[in-house]
Design a protein around this ligand. Structure first.
Ligand code: SER
Length: 343
């Protein structure tokens, strides 16, 4: 098929998910690309209208990806599709298929695409604080901020999958076909961010373990009672969705020569669940929130770091959160959520 009839595009997998919503809004605003959205579920109308094409299907269907190969000229892939940490524990093998084999399929698509159009394909991969595994709460308290190379002992299938896929991406970007006589570059420009728990004003996550923060907030705004599944004193890093999207776009656009690694921590604020409760209660005084920790989900959160060292991202590509804790809640989350549920 002639290249001229294939449309240059950015591919977003998991497009209907939390990050997908924010990313598609931002990509559409920049207006410079055709957006191809892929998801197993139909897309919400609000983002569907911003996409050039929408494909409903599974990233494990190789035929679907082959069809995409023939129809589009893909220059960037934001591979957001994944089964999150809590959900993955119920079906670990299925999670492995989606999170690992799905990623492998997309990496293969990237290689093939680059072969056709002759330019690198940027492969943006959201990883997670779930790749870390601290052995106990004393250690968690003692170490504070963790660097990318430390404590890479995930306790969840999701964390294991994300950590492995970071390596897979690095392998395809740097070492693919290393023994071939024509060991040409794969054309995959793999870039990954380990995201903290994300909180959005417009969507609620499903199946994650950091979900207690957004769930508490969204329940309070709707006047629904909420029972928080972790202890008040537990802390992990969180981030407002707009910062997460900005980070993805910023790393995507960073000059390759400036990137000293394939995988970056980014941080913003690290509240305890009790601090989130206090903020939510101030904004929604009638909120009915109680703490009834689920020991097993609590243990997962206990294994995640209290904070991350993001100095490499700051140095290499100028990462800096625009929303600290106060601004996240006061300027984005609380007003955004009030508007959302007033509709
Ligand atoms: N927030 C995700 C989860 O809880 C981790 O990346 O699964």
């Amino acid at each position: 098929m002639s290249e001229t009839i294939r449309k240059p595009a950015v591919l977003v997998t998991g497009a209907n998910g939390e990050m997908g919503h924010g990313l598609i809004d931002a990509l559409a605003e920049s207006g410079s690309f055709s957006i191809i959205a892929l998801d197993v579920r139909p897309l919400d109308e609000s983002i569907k209208k911003k996409c050039t094409d929408v494909i409903i299907g599974d990233i494990l269907e190789t035929r679907l990806l082959e069809r995409m190969q023939s129809e589009y000229e893909v220059h960037s892939i934001y591979h957001l599709a994944a089964l999150l940490s809590t959900r993955a524990e119920f079906t670990p093998e299925a999670a492995h298929r989606v999170n690992v084999e799905g990623t492998l399929n997309l990496l293969k698509l990237a290689i093939e695409q680059s072969r056709w159009h002759g330019k690198p394909v940027k492969f943006m991969f959201p990883s997670s604080i779930a790749v870390y595994g601290l052995p106990d709460t004393q250690t968690k308290k003692r170490v504070g901020k963790v660097k990318e190379s430390e404590w890479n002992y995930p306790t969840t299938m999701y964390g294991v999958n994300k950590l492995y896929c970071e390596h897979l991406g690095r392998y395809y970007a740097k070492h693919y076909r290393q023994l071939a006589s024509d060991n040409t570059n794969s054309g995959v420009d793999f870039r990954s961010i380990r995201f903290p728990g994300l909180i959005s004003a417009v969507t609620v996550p499903s199946g994650g373990t950091s979900d207690y923060a957004p769930e508490m907030l969204h329940a309070a705004a709707q006047g629904k009672p909420y029972s928080c599944f972790v202890r008040e004193d537990v802390a992990i890093p969180f981030m407002a969705m707009p910062d997460a999207i900005t980070a993805l776009l910023k790393l995507h656009d960073a000059p390759k020569g400036k990137l000293s690694t394939a995988v970056y921590n980014i941080g913003s604020f690290s509240p305890t669940a009790g601090e989130i409760f206090a903020i939510v209660k101030r904004a929604f005084p009638g909120a009915e929130i109680k703490f009834s920790p689920d020991d097993k989900r609590q243990a997962i959160v206990d294994s995640w770091p209290a904070d991350v060292d993001d100095s490499t991202a700051r140095t290499d590509w100028g990462w800096k959160p625009e929303y600290d804790e106060a601004r996240s809640f006061n300027a984005y989350l609380i007003p955004g959520i009030k508007t959302r549920y007033a509709q």
